[in-house]
Design a protein around this ligand. Structure first.
Ligand SMILES: [Zn+2]
Length: 218
């Protein structure tokens, strides 16, 4: 790594350490609001499916720019010891969330992370052919290099990622946020196609998976 890159990384770490702590109440308010959205679209019922996912403020800060994260079955042993639970959503102490900036709010962070939690909870559904058709690869794929950002095809710059999983989560976040006005994306054909695929997958899961999938045991 070059000296400039090392300095840049240290400066970014210092800047992130100076960010304010996200109030726990704000995180829980956002979590409850998104749970209502998930209930409305049918992905959450009492004790069923995404109702099994919890949300926490992480005890650790991020020294980069992570808004949130979800551990999967590869949760590092040290984090398991510290009490991190696979499938749950964690918002770093100093997450770079901003009010009124689409994609950067706490609400959007929780919506995005619920996409990862959904994949953790019901991988066989997310690994269905619909995912590959919509996002060009499977949830675990890695392109090696991010494709060029194309506003017609990527709902946000972060959707244009090395992992189709992030494209899916950004699309899922947008679906939840704009579920009553998806026609606003009609001019962006690639985005519209992905949003429709997610809407269809949500409707199918609500009908066929929510009553039957209990999810991995904790
Ligand atoms: Zn993500």
């Amino acid at each position: 790594m070059s000296a400039t890159k090392i300095i840049d990384r240290h400066l970014a770490a210092l800047r992130s350490a100076a960010r304010p702590i996200v109030p726990e109440d704000d995180i829980f308010r956002a979590f409850e609001k998104v749970r209502v959205e998930l209930w409305e679209v049918g992905l959450l019922a009492d004790g069923k499916y995404l109702d099994r996912i919890d949300c926490h403020r992480a005890m650790l800060p991020t020294f980069e720019s992570h808004f949130g994260y979800v551990y999967d079955e590869r949760t590092p042993w040290l984090h398991k010891l510290l009490g991190f639970r696979a499938g749950d959503i964690y918002v770093p102490l100093n997450a770079p969330v901003r009010p009124r900036t689409p994609g950067s709010t706490l609400l959007d962070t929780v919506r995005h992370e619920f996409g990862h939690s959904w994949a953790w909870l019901d991988r066989s559904f997310v690994d269905g052919p619909w995912f590959r058709e919509a996002f060009g690869g499977s949830y675990d794929d890695d392109w090696g290099a991010a494709p060029d950002f194309d506003a017609d095809d990527h709902v946000s710059p972060y959707a244009c990622n090395v992992r189709p999983a992030e494209d899916f989560c950004e699309t899922f976040m947008t679906f939840l946020r704009c579920r009553r006005s998806l026609h606003r994306f009609d001019a962006r054909r690639g985005v519209r196609r992905k949003l429709r695929a997610v809407a269809r997958a949500v409707a199918t899961a609500a009908k066929t998976r929510v009553p039957s999938v209990r999810g991995p045991r904790r």
